[in-house]
Design a protein around this ligand. Structure first.
Ligand SMILES: NC(=O)c1ccc[n+]([C@@H]2O[C@H](COP(=O)([O-])OP(=O)(O)OC[C@H]3O[C@@H](n4cnc5c(N)ncnc54)[C@H](O)[C@@H]3O)[C@@H](O)[C@H]2O)c1
Length: 384
């Protein structure tokens, strides 16, 4: 039987790259795209994260530098490949920035998704997994959160783009029976691949807790700021459902299996461990695993912060046959391995790539001069 091919948007990003490992290991072909809005690239338009994915798996994938807002290019890629499934990670996701630049967020995330879905339809591809978020639930009315918890009461623009996309996909699947779409509502993915070769390498100022804790453990920042120490939680600090990135990644393979087995048009699944962990508990575990101090400085509560959020993940267990396997200790250990093995993230690969590109350009220029060709240098931007 020929291999099934998955089109992965945002493949060079944190979750996308880890998911590509799982997909290749599950014997899917992968065609990934990214516009590098929030991921590193070499001067030759390649994604170091995906090069390392190929190393980890000893398998090849196809990558294109492509923006979902460029509908023509997206369609051209669909023309070239026989795609069976789409996993749609590409989005911009900085909550604070989304409040400052709402149109940028609506355009990138919502219009990008419309372009993608139109290209899928034009190419007869109707199976999709969409990266949604627990933020669509807003401030929880009950805990743990089940998928039938009301959605839409979202306080920031980023979260509203996720909610709007979910609603749009639901409408689409109501109107057109061919579609089969799963929205995975992620809780708080953290950690890295256990090899330490790929991990989270944000290009923007990050506000996520785990990368910040790692910076404190490295001695690059003096302490973590804990906003609110007197909440109604076991130790007064905010509670979240942290999930190991490789567990999250395997949830996507489980979702693809489901899409291949059953036609339900539209379904949502929580991907979380089902366990709440406080900020102080996470910092303490990080200290234990690394042997480095992670001081917590309790600050006043922040307006609009959600106190406690954790999943009821039983629908994914029952229907996808998926559960999170890795512990909080695994999350901290793997994150630390990635951080210490790659203190500059993928930057060294980018620098090496830039040097190689400059070297290649010089060689090509010399060859062009030798051959009397005027314009012999290609920038090789679209990857391989
Ligand atoms: N990381 C989390 O905590 C979390 C939680 C819930 C949901 N999500 C969602 O999961 C998905 C992946 O998140 P991530 O943490 O890997 O983020 P990420 O920023 O690391 O990855 C997203 C990738 O998409 C790319 N991208 C953005 N806009 C694009 C466009 N128009 N065309 C092509 N590529 C584009 C970015 O360059 C980036 O590489 C996102 O949709 C995000 O909203 C993430």
């Amino acid at each position: 039987m020929s291999k099934k091919c998955v089109f992965v948007t945002g493949g060079a990003g944190y979750i996308g790259s880890h998911c590509c490992v799982e997909l290749l290991q599950a014997d899917y072909d992968v065609v990934a795209i990214d516009n590098f809005a929030n991921s590193r690239h070499t001067g030759a338009g390649e994604a170091p994260a995906l090069k390392r994915v190929e190393e980890i798996t000893s398998k090849k994938l196809t990558f294109y530098q492509c923006d979902l807002l460029d509908a023509e290019k997206v369609n051209a890629i669909f023309d070239k490949h026989q795609i069976d499934y789409v996993i749609h990670f590409a989005a911009i996701k900085a909550v604070g920035e989304s409040m400052q630049f709402p149109l940028l967020y609506y355009k990138n995330n919502v219009i990008g998704t419309i372009n993608l879905v139109e290209a899928m339809k034009a190419h007869n591809v109707y199976h999709m997994v969409f990266s949604s978020s627990c933020c669509v639930y807003g401030d929880p009315e009950h805990l743990p959160i089940t998928e039938d918890h009301p959605t839409g009461n979202v306080t920031n623009v980023y979260g509203r783009t996720k909610y709007l996309i979910e609603e749009m996909l639901k409408d689409l699947t109501h109107a057109e029976p061919k579609w089969n779409i799963i929205s995975l509502r992620y809780f708080n993915p953290v950690g890295a691949h256990p090899s330490g070769r790929i991990g989270e390498d944000p290009t923007k100022n990050f506000t996520n807790l785990m990368p910040y804790i790692a910076q404190v453990a490295l001695g690059n920042k003096p302490h973590i700021n804990v906003f609110g120490g007197d909440y109604n939680t076991p130790d007064g600090t905010g509670v979240r459902d942290y999930i190991h990135i490789m567990d999250l990644a395997s949830g996507h393979v489980a979702a693809l299996n489901k899409l291949s087995q059953e036609h339900f048009r539209y379904k949502t699944y929580n991907l979380g461990t089902g366990e709440g962990v406080s900020v102080k508990q996470l910092a303490a575990m990080f200290e234990r695993v690394t042997g480095r101090p992670v001081p917590c400085l309790v600050q006043p509560r922040r307006l609009g912060d959600i106190v406690s959020m954790f999943a009821n993940a039983s629908r994914a267990r029952q229907e996808l046959g998926w559960t999170a396997q890795r512990s909080l200790e695994d999350m901290c250990r793997d994150m630390w391995r990635w951080q210490t093995m790659n203190p500059r993230g993928y930057q060294d690969d980018c620098d090496a790539g830039a040097a190689a590109t400059t070297g290649q350009a010089a060689l090509a220029k010399a060859a062009a001069v030798t051959n009397g060709v005027a314009n012999g240098v290609s920038n090789g931007v679209s990857g391989h």
